[in-house]
Design a protein around this ligand. Structure first.
Ligand code: NOJ
Length: 750
C-alpha cells in the first residue's frame, strides 16, 4: 500500500490530463476494441491524452482478458497507475442468486452476506475489482421495473440488507484476495420516481427523504462501502449528479463518506437534458462542484475539465480532490501492490466459478426467498396422496432456463436448473417418490401474440411461437389433457425477464392474457392447481388468488431455481420467505405500503364509509402485505412484554414474546417487531419495523424472542426539523407480519 506521503507525491507528479483521466470511466470498447455502446457514449469526444489516462473500465470481465488489458495499460502509463475494473454484479456473478427483492424476503442478512461474498469470490476470479451493488433504494411502486434490484419497501430491512451486502463483498479488508469493492446506489431517492416511470422526477419532503429514504444508504456508508453512485433523478429540482446538498452536505459532511462518488451512466451529460446545464461545460462544472469524482461513460469530464481548469473557471483543487479519492480507492483495493489483485483466484477462475459450494448457497437463498402466498392444504405435495401417481408440470416456466434477470449478465443458461430438472431431481433423490410420473407441457408462451419487448441488448423480441411453428390451440389442449391425467398440477407462470430491471417500468402488472387463459383452463380441468409465479416485481392476479389451490411467489430465483421450487413444493423445505414489498390488489392502489403516515380520516378494514381515506371501488388494503408469508406449520404468539413500563428518553426498550410451533413439522418463523410512536410533533407512520429474527422451532417447541429498540431507532424528524426522540407513548407490536394489530404493549418515554 502507498503511504499518505507517497500518494501526495504521486498526485503532485501527475499532469492535469492524467488527473482528469482518473475521473473517467469508459466501457470496454476503449480498451479492448469490442463492446461498443449506444447513446452519448458512442459520441465520446475525449482528447487522446486524457483517454490514455482513463482510470476505469466498465463491464468487461474474464481473468485472461483483464490481465492483458491491465498489463498493456500500465506499460503505457507514465506513473504506472493501474486501471480499476468495475461491473454490475447485482445478484451473483456466474452462480446467480435470486434477485435482491427476493433476497429481502429471506429476512436473513447473514445469508445475504454469504451470497455477496460468493459473488465477490467469483468476480475477483474473473478479474473484477468493484461491483455496482448494493442498491439501497426504497421502493413503493411495483410499476418501477427496478424494484427487483432493491430489497423492498422497508427502511430498516433495506438498511440491514445493504449493510450485509457491503460486508459480504468487501470482507475484512479490501486488500484480501477474493473480495471486491462495493458501490452503493443510487444516491438518492431513485426508487421514488413519479408514476413508477424509470428516470422520472423525484419530488418529496425532506422529512420523507430523511426518515424513509436515506437511512438504508446511511447503513451501507457506515458499513464502509468503497464507492457511492449518484442517481438519475432530481431531488428537490436538482439532479443528483449536480446536487451539492445531497453529496457534499449529507453524504460527505453529515455521514463522513470519504470514498469515491461516481455518477450513474452518462448522468453528468444528462444534466443538459434535465435543463440545469446549457452545455457540457456547465454540466461538468456542476458535477465537479457537487463532489462527483468520476464520470461514468459520458464525454463531459474528459472533454471539458482541462480547458475550464486552464482558464480558471473551475478550481484545480477540486480536480486534485477527486483524482486523489480515486487513487485512494485503488490503493485501498491493493492495486498498487498487485494490479491484478486476486491473482491466485484468477488462476483458478474456472474451478471457482459456479462450484458446488457456491451453488449450495444459491439454492439456500432461493429456498429462503420464496414466499408461500396461499395454501388451502394441498401443499406440500406428498407422494402418498397421489392416487394416480401423476404430477403435471405446466406453463411457460416449466422448462425455461430464464430464471435469472436482465442483470445476471454472467449467468450461463445451460447451468440453470429448470423446474423440470428440479422435480426430476426431487423424485429420484427420495425413494418415496419412486414410480411417480411427471407430465410436462408448456401450454402457452410467456408473451401474447404481437407483444414486443426491447431487451437490454439485441433486437426487439417478439413471441416466437409462431416462428417456431407451435400451434397455440394444440399446446393448450395438451396442457389441459395433462392436467386431467394428474393428481396435482404445478402451473409455472410469470412475466418475461425483460419486463423488470432498468428501463422496464410497466403500467399493467397482470400476467399475459394467454397465461391467464391457461390458468382458467387448467384450473377448471383440475382444481388441484398450484401456481408458481416468476417475476421481478409484485404482480396482480385476482383470479389466481381466489381460485388456485396454492400460490408460491418464486421471483426470479437464479441458477438453482428449479431445485428450490421442487424442494419447497414437495415439502423437503418448509417455506419461510416473507414479503419485502406489499402486493397491490389493483394498479390504481399504487403506492400501497405498510408504513404510511396516519391520516385524519383512516378507513376501518372492510368499511365502505364515504368520507374516509379509501377508494369508492376498492378498499385500501393490499392483496398481500409487507412481512406476509405462510409456512407448512403454525406458530402461536404470546403477549408482548417489556422489561419496564417507563423509560428515560435516551434509554433502549427491551421487548419480548414467546413463540411456539403449534403445528406438526419443524420450520423457520420470521418474528417481526414494529413500533408506533403514538403522538409526535410531526405525523408518525402507523407502524415501522424495528427488528426481526428468524428462528427455527421443532413441533411443540417454544422460544422467547427478544428485541432491543435503541434510542436511535425511536428518533424522528421533529416539527423543529431536528432528528431526535420525543417523549411520549410508544406501542411495541410483535407478530408474524405488518398487519399485527392486537399484540402490543405500550411504554412511555419521559
Ligand atoms: C445504469 C444503472 O442505473 C446503474 O445501476 C448501473 O450500475 C450502471 N448503468 C452501470 O451499468
Amino acid at each position: 500500500m502507498l503511504s499518505r506521503e507517497q500518494l501526495d507525491q504521486l498526485l503532485g507528479d501527475m499532469s492535469l490530463e492524467e488527473k482528469i483521466g482518473q475521473m473517467i470511466q469508459l466501457t470496454g470498447y476503449y480498451f479492448t476494441g469490442s463492446g461498443g455502446e449506444t447513446g452519448p457514449a458512442s459520441e465520446m469526444r475525449i482528447p487522446e491524452d486524457i483517454l490514455k489516462s482513463t482510470a476505469s473500465v466498465l463491464n468487461v470481465t474474464g481473468a485472461k482478458r483483464l490481465k492483458e488489458v491491465q498489463e498493456n495499460y500500465i506499460k503505457e502509463n507514465p506513473h504506472r497507475i493501474p486501471l480499476v475494473f468495475m461491473a454490475d454484479v447485482i445478484h451473483g456473478f456466474r452462480t446467480v442468486f435470486p434477485i435482491p427483492l427476493a433476497q429481502g424476503c429471506s429476512f436473513d442478512p447473514q445469508l445475504v452476506k454469504e451470497c455477496a461474498s460468493v459473488a465477490a469470490r467469483e468476480s475477483a476470479a474473473a478479474g473484477l475489482h468493484v461491483t455496482f451493488s448494493s442498491m439501497a433504494d426504497l421502493v413503493r411502486d411495483p410499476r418501477w421495473g427496478r424494484c427487483m434490484e432493491s430489497t423492498g419497501e422497508d427502511v430498516y430491512l433495506n438498511g440491514q440488507m445493504a449493510r450485509a451486502a457491503v460486508e459480504g463483498y468487501q470482507g475484512e479488508s479490501l486488500t484480501d484476495e477474493g473480495t471486491i469493492g462495493a458501490c452503493l446506489k443510487h444516491f438518492a431517492g431513485y426508487g421514488a420516481a413519479e408514476g413508477g416511470r424509470d428516470y422520472n422526477t423525484v419530488d418529496m419532503s425532506e422529512l420523507s427523504l430523511r426518515e424513509q429514504y436515506l437511512p438504508a444508504y446511511r447503513e451501507a456508508v457506515k458499513a464502509g462501502t468503497a464507492l457511492v453512485m449518484t442517481s438519475f433523478n432530481t431531488v428537490n429540482g436538482i439532479p443528483a449528479s449536480a446536487n451539492r446538498w445531497l453529496n457534499e452536505e449529507i453524504l460527505r459532511k453529515e455521514w463522513g463518506f470519504d470514498g469515491v462518488l461516481i455518477s450513474d451512466y452518462s448522468a453528468i451529460y444528462e444534466l443538459i437534458f434535465h435543463g440545469v446545464a446549457e452545455n457540457e461545460e456547465e454540466a461538468g462544472k456542476l458535477a465537479v462542484e457537487a463532489g462527483v469524482d468520476m464520470d461514468m461513460v459520458s464525454p463531459v469530464y474528459g472533454g471539458t475539465l482541462k480547458k475550464m481548469a486552464e482558464e480558471g473557471r473551475i478550481s484545480e483543487e477540486l480536480i486534485d480532490r477527486s483524482a486523489r479519492r480515486v487513487l485512494e480507492l485503488k490503493n485501498r483495493l491493493g492495486l498498487f501492490d498487485s494490479p491484478f489483485r486476486s491473482e491466485k483466484w484468477m488462476e483458478r477462475e474456472e474451478e471457482i466459478m459456479h462450484c458446488e459450494c457456491h451453488r449450495r448457497t444459491a439454492r439456500k437463498m432461493a429456498e429462503e426467498s420464496m414466499v408461500l402466498l396461499k395454501n388451502d392444504g394441498i401443499l406440500p405435495v406428498r407422494p402418498e396422496n397421489l392416487s394416480k401417481k401423476t404430477v403435471a408440470l405446466i406453463g411457460p416456466y416449466a422448462r425455461s432456463r430464464e430464471l435469472g434477470s436482465v442483470w445476471s449478465m454472467f449467468l450461463q443458461e445451460e447451468e440453470v436448473v429448470n423446474l423440470e430438472e428440479g422435480f426430476n431431481n426431487a423424485f429420484t433423490e427420495d425413494s418415496d417418490w419412486m414410480g411417480i410420473r411427471l407430465l410436462v407441457e408448456e401450454g402457452a408462451p410467456i408473451l401474447d401474440p404481437g407483444e414486443e419487448l426491447t431487451p437490454f441488448k439485441g433486437p426487439i423480441l417478439v413471441n416466437d411461437w409462431k416462428e417456431k411453428g407451435i400451434d397455440r390451440e394444440e399446446a393448450l389442449a395438451r396442457a389441459v389433457k395433462a392436467a386431467k391425467e394428474a393428481d396435482v398440477v404445478i402451473l409455472a407462470l410469470g412475466e418475461h425477464k425483460q419486463y423488470s430491471g432498468e428501463g422496464a417500468s410497466k403500467a399493467s402488472l397482470r400476467l399475459s392474457k394467454g397465461q391467464q387463459h391457461l390458468f382458467e383452463e387448467v384450473n377448471q380441468a383440475n382444481p388441484n392447481t398450484v401456481v408458481v409465479l416468476f417475476s421481478g416485481r409484485p404482480l396482480i392476479f385476482p383470479e389466481i388468488k381466489q381460485k388456485a389451490a396454492a400460490v408460491l411467489q418464486a421471483w426470479r430465483p437464479g441458477t438453482e431455481g428449479g431445485d428450490a421450487v421442487a424442494r419447497v413444493l414437495t415439502g423437503k423445505v418448509n417455506p419461510s420467505g416473507r414479503l419485502s414489498m406489499s402486493f397491490p390488489k389493483a394498479e390504481g392502489q399504487i403506492p400501497v405500503y405498510y408504513n404510511h403516515l396516519r391520516t385524519g380520516r383512516p378507513a376501518q378494514e372492510g368499511s365502505r364509509e364515504r368520507f374516509v381515506s379509501t377508494y369508492r371501488d376498492l378498499d385500501g388494503e393490499p392483496a398481500y402485505p409487507f412481512g406476509y408469508g405462510l409456512s407448512y406449520t403454525e406458530f402461536s404468539y404470546g403477549s408482548v412484554s417489556t422489561n419496564k413500563e417507563e423509560y428515560g428518553l435516551m434509554e433502549e426498550i427491551q421487548a419480548c414474546v414467546v413463540v411456539e410451533n403449534t403445528g406438526k413439522i419443524p420450520g423457520y418463523e420470521v418474528v417481526q417487531c414494529y413500533v408506533q410512536d403514538m403522538v409526535g410533533s410531526t405525523a408518525r407512520p402507523v407502524r415501522e419495523l424495528k427488528g426481526f429474527k428468524r428462528i427455527w422451532l421443532e413441533p411443540g417447541e417454544k422460544e422467547t424472542v427478544s428485541f432491543t429498540i435503541t434510542e436511535e431507532q425511536t428518533r424522528m424528524i421533529t416539527g423543529k426539523g431536528t432528528w431526535e426522540t420525543e417523549p411520549g407513548t410508544f406501542r411495541i407490536y410483535i407478530g408474524k407480519d405488518s398487519r399485527v394489530t392486537d399484540n402490543f404493549k405500550e411504554v412511555i418515554k419521559r
